[in-house]
Ligand binder design. Structure first.
Ligand code: CA
Length: 227
């Protein structure tokens, strides 16, 4: 059973989340503030954390930093905050993904499943070295991509980007992180590089590059590999 820690100070939303999550066989603990959240996380060892950024006692980003001091538990941020800066700050602090309020329960559950899957495959096994989608296969060890039985040729830059996104599948990776990993520490703001290379990757991998299914853009924030 997957155990979820819901960190949220709006009682009605907590109630709605508890009902929906329990109906889908999740085990739910809830915390109305950051201090309770950090205490419950240590005591109950959740498999995934749903975290509101606007908490009464501390900023949600502080909760992320507190958790990241000792655990890699997936953190899905749920918040009404809309500026990209705040979302990027939460992601850079170590959150895995972001859902903006108001959200649909279906969207939240899909993100939650993706986040929990990521932990399940986080340990390197044969299964996680070869990633198979309906349209292509990526062998992370051999550094090969196949589509319809043929090798897809990727440039070293395209490969590096794809590799990072796949290693973080289900997780939103910020533009800054991708740029610094692939191009180097001084390239954190060249978002146009990413747009060019992501378009190339989509042309090579996606059945419909203008409506990508795997290489998803989160406008102004980053990219996510979905399966
Ligand atoms: Ca709140």
């Amino acid at each position: 059973m997957t155990r979820v820690l819901v960190v949220e100070d709006e009682p009605q939303l907590v109630r709605a989340l508890e009902i929906n999550l329990r109906a889908r066989k999740y085990e739910v603990d809830s915390a109305p503030d950051g201090e309770t959240a950090l205490r419950l996380a240590a005591a109950r060892r959740p498999d995934v954390v749903l975290l509101d950024l606007g908490l009464p006692d501390m900023d949600g980003t502080e909760v992320i930093k507190g958790l990241r001091g000792w655990t890699r538990v997936p953190i899905l941020v749920v918040s009404a905050r809309r500026t990209s800066d705040e979302k990027v700050e939460a992601l850079d602090a170590g959150a895995d993904d972001y859902v903006t309020k108001p959200f649909s329960m279906d969207e939240l559950l899909a993100r939650l499943r993706a986040a929990s899957r990521r932990t399940a495959t986080a340990t390197p096994t044969d299964e996680s070295v070869i990633v198979t989608t309906e349209d292509f296969t990526v062998d992370l060890l051999a550094k090969k991509v196949k589509r319809d039985g043929c090798d897809v040729r990727l440039t070293p830059t395209e490969w590096h980007l794809l590799e990072i996104l796949i290693q973080n599948r289900g997780r939103l990776v910020t533009q800054k992180h991708l740029l610094q990993e692939v191009w180097g520490p001084t390239y954190g703001t060249q978002a146009n590089y990413l747009r060019v290379y992501m378009a190339q990757l989509r042309r090579k991998l996606e059945a419909d590059p203008s409506h990508p299914r795997y290489l998803i853009t989160a406008p102004g924030m980053g990219y996510r590999f979905e399966m």
